[in-house]
Design a protein around this ligand. Structure first.
Ligand code: HSE
Length: 372
């Protein structure tokens, strides 16, 4: 089968826009006959992707969707829930590539992160799996950064303590963070302009602004700028959050582990814009020498970048400010912990919209185009 006729849904949203940008940049539209869908602007002009495409079609037009060899959607889980089942019920056998969580854990889906699980993807293709779903951003970025440890089966268990950016809550999260920053900055501008102001006066004013009814908290519910929120997504029955649960569930599914590796942690929203950072404690199966660990981490994939455990390199390379908008996943602060030679500490950063969302999708479309 040749994959040529591909439908795109949700391409105008934040992840969808990053996906189209990456596809344009990599020439992915060459040889494709793309068609673009909309939930509100049927008949409008399609986005410019360097090749002809018809006017926008209705995202709920099942007959039109069913003509595609593959469908790529960043429209969200509700859309998947509503449309995919109907398409399959009507006999559509094309490939469904999706950023949303809804299908991730189903047996008839593969979670895609090819630098880490190309073997799982290839087995899925060979066995006729038709649904290829991007993983949770935090999980994908953790596996990109620590891929070398998993490739060597060194991990007995691990924790990931996260520092997740506002973009994980969507475009409205990023915008709200900026509105909060502006409210704080505007409200303190007199104090900031006065050289006699003390830090404590400024801090009191900030607390007053952040506690006022006018302070913008519609998306996060509470202040994020100048603060943090140690709770992401819905609660689960065991006291973790869904975001924390995904580390274990999706992490093991991506890796295709026969014996699940326990992965847990605390997921925290911080005031970064679009890069998730994570601090890891890894219990190794053995006291693996540091040079072997560093070598394995550095060579795991083409995007991981090993940062020596030194002050200047860490400050310059291992931060959201350094990584934002790039595909590089630096991993650093790598050292044996006081608990013993089989305990490893590490820290990584990755762009939540690239490796955390759009990049695995465009890559699996290409893998499918080459493989089926
Ligand atoms: N759930 C993630 C977050 C984003 O809230 O940061 C998407 O995987």
């Amino acid at each position: 089968m040749k994959i040529e006729n591909v439908g795109f849904i949700g391409w105008r949203g934040m992840v969808g826009s990053v996906l189209l940008d990456r596809m344009r940049a990599e020439g992915d539209f060459d040889g494709l006959a793309p068609e673009f869908y909309t939930t509100s602007q049927v008949g409008d002009a399609p986005p410019d992707v360097g090749c002809d495409a018809p006017p926008l079609k209705d995202a709920y037009d099942l007959a039109a969707l069913a003509r595609h060899d593959a469908i790529v959607t960043c429209q969200g889980g509700d859309y998947t829930k509503q449309v995919l089942h109907e398409l399959r019920k009507n006999g559509w056998t094309g490939y469904w590539i999706d950023a949303a969580r809804f299908k991730r854990m189903d047996d008839d889906s593969v979670i895609v992160l090819d630098p880490v699980n190309r073997d799982v993807i290839d087995r899925g293709i060979a066995s006729g799996v038709k649904n290829y779903i991007g993983g949770n951003c935090t999980v994908s970025l953790m596996l990109m950064g620590l891929g070398g440890l998993f490739q060597n089966d060194w991990v007995e268990w691990m924790t990931a303590m996260t520092y997740q950016s506002a973009s994980g809550a969507g475009a409205q999260g990023m915008i709200e963070l900026m509105h909060q920053m502006r409210a704080l900055s505007d409200g303190c501008s007199d104090l900031l302009s006065n050289p006699a102001s003390t830090a404590l006066e400024i801090d009191r004013k900030l607390s007053e602004i952040a506690g006022s009814d006018a302070y913008p908290t519609k998306t996060f519910g509470v202040p994020l700028a100048g603060s943090l929120i140690p709770w992401i997504d819905a609660p689960t029955e065991d006291g973790s959050t869904l975001e924390e649960w995904k580390g274990n569930a999706e992490g093991n599914k991506i890796l295709g582990t026969e014996r699940p590796i326990p992965i847990d942690g605390i997921c925290v929203r911080v005031g970064a814009m679009r890069c998730h950072s994570q601090a890891f404690t890894v219990k190794l199966r053995a006291d693996v020498p540091m040079d072997e660990i560093e070598d394995a981490l550095a060579k795991a994939n083409d995007w991981v970048s090993f940062v020596p455990n030194e002050m200047q390199a860490t400050r310059e390379q291992l931060s959201p400010a350094a990584v934002t908008g790039t595909l590089t996943v630096p991993v650093g602060r790598v050292r044996k912990l006081r608990m013993g030679g089989d305990f490893l500490g590490a820290f990584s950063v990755g762009d939540q919209l690239l490796w955390g969302a759009a990049e695995p999708l465009r890559r699996v479309l290409n893998i499918l185009r080459e493989s089926v």
